[in-house]
Design a binder for this molecule. Structure first.
Ligand code: AKG
Ligand code: FE2
Length: 199
């Protein structure tokens, strides 16, 4: 089974598979479809603003943060308490990985126009441990990686409905990731990234 598609034939360095584990069918289709429906309707989605080149812009996706403490240190908005479904998913992910998490960031990509730009998670969330478990429901979208020092080293992994991607060790240190906009029409996708906040 080939998990990773090579974008660039000139590069034969493979994506560091020791830095990630991908489980395509972590949840069966029935539960995945149900979780998607529940989350679309019941999560208090927000479209956050970021400052770019001195202008405020809306991020091209919706998001929500749940957990035991704020996502970013000093953030005045209290975290939202775990829902039954989020706690259920967290427990299943923890049992599988042997890791423990105290927060989850939900991202909702409504259609092909929604996206997340190149970033690595440690840089954007100070105080965060780097092991992140990413669960996807709904529309399969490409998750791209590129090496921070050599952007020609770029790979793509299609995150399918019900999948679990575990991002480990130094992945955030040496690689960036994104979900690009698509030219093809796309249905709703919700991604959950379980994190351990240390601050
Ligand atoms: O939607 C995804 O699969 C990735 C989301 C992401 O990179 C993030 O929340 O930091
Ligand atoms: Fe990320």
């Amino acid at each position: 089974m080939e998990q990773f598609k090579l974008f660039n034939d000139r590069e034969h360095l493979s994506l560091p598979q020791h830095l990630m584990d991908y489980v395509p069918d972590f949840f069966d289709k029935k539960s995945s479809d149900l979780y998607l429906k529940i989350f679309v309707l019941s999560i208090p989605w927000q479209q956050t603003k970021v400052v770019m080149y001195e202008k405020e812009v809306l991020t091209p996706r919706l998001s929500a943060w749940f957990g035991d403490r704020p996502m970013v240190k000093g953030d005045k908005r209290p975290p939202i308490a775990w829902t039954e479904e989020l706690w259920e998913i967290k427990t299943k992910v923890e049992n599988h990985t042997g890791m423990s998490f105290n927060g989850v960031l939900l991202n909702y990509y409504r259609n092909e126009k929604d996206s997340v730009a190149w970033h690595s998670d440690k840089d954007t969330v100070p105080g965060m441990a780097t092991e992140i478990a990413s669960v996807s429901f709904g529309q399969a979208r490409n998750f791209d990686f590129r090496n921070k020092l050599d952007h020609r080293q770029q790979y793509s992994l299609e995150l399918q409905n019900g999948s679990l991607l575990l991002m480990k060790g130094d992945l955030q240190r040496y690689w960036e990731h994104r979900v690009a906009k698509s030219t093809k029409p796309m249905n709703a996708r919700i991604n959950l990234t379980f994190r351990k906040i240390l601050h």
